[in-house]
Design a binder for this molecule. Structure first.
Ligand code: GRF
Length: 220
């Protein structure tokens, strides 16, 4: 018998293209996670419409009507409980999370970052990579810890930086890979192939081929 699918919520603030990639992947009946809720801090986030159109339950918890960050997070947490959510994916979620929330979801909360961590934490990653003249750039899915853009790495993909790249062209190349590694990372975790221990994620040998195939600059 197939094990229960991991009830996952995606937290967004904007267009939600990574959310779309996760929803698409989870359509397959053999995918080990289901997207049970899409939640945004911004009721106007365009990703909410897309999720609704895909038949997913959506909700918004407007951070602006909460006096304190923790109140906002407690409201979100209540909703997550109502929907019996077991796992969270941040996908362009633009609110900093408090240590309380991060601790509460420890080991059950991942994020995607548009750079090869631990390089280029923070914002404007493509612009900064271009300014430094790096030749390889990429994206990372990682577990969330209290420090921003830090935490055990689940999956990464590299892309070449090409002559004449702008932050936009480079960003598009990275985004294509984001849409591949986010569903891969969630699959590895939900199936039990990826296990976090001592601050590092280990991937079961049988599943490593798929992740290795992503580290191919020529592929992108
Ligand atoms: C992505 O580049 C992601 O890496 C970053 O925010 C962006 C969100 O894009 N965390 P989208 O909303 O998933 O299209």
């Amino acid at each position: 018998m197939m094990r229960e699918r991991l009830r996952t919520a995606i937290l967004i603030s904007g267009r939600g293209s990574n959310m779309g990639a996760l929803i698409e992947a989870a359509r397959r009946p053999d995918y080990p996670a289901e997207i049970a809720l899409v939640l945004s801090n911004d009721p106007a986030a365009s990703g909410l419409e897309a999720a609704k159109a895909a038949g997913i339950a959506v909700a918004a918890v407007d951070h602006r009507i909460h006096a304190h960050r923790e109140d906002f997070e407690r409201s979100m947490d209540r909703l997550l409980e109502i929907h019996r959510i077991q796992f969270l994916c941040l996908a362009g979620f633009m609110r900093l999370l408090t240590p309380w929330f991060v601790a509460r979801w420890h080991g059950r909360l991942i994020n995607i970052h548009p750079a090869l961590l631990p390089a280029y934490k923070g914002l404007r990653t493509h612009e900064r990579a271009l300014a430094d003249g790096v030749k390889i750039h990429g994206c990372t899915v990682h577990y969330v810890v209290p420090a921003v853009d830090d935490g055990p790495i689940v999956a990464q993909a590299a892309v070449p930086v090409l002559d004449g790249d702008t932050p936009q062209t480079l960003g598009r190349r990275v985004l294509t890979q984001e849409h591949r590694i986010y569903p891969l990372a969630l699959r590895l975790i939900a199936s039990g192939a990826a296990v976090m221990a001592d601050g590092v994620v280990r991937i079961a040998a049988a599943d490593q081929e798929g992740s290795r195939a992503l580290i191919q600059p020529l592929d992108s």
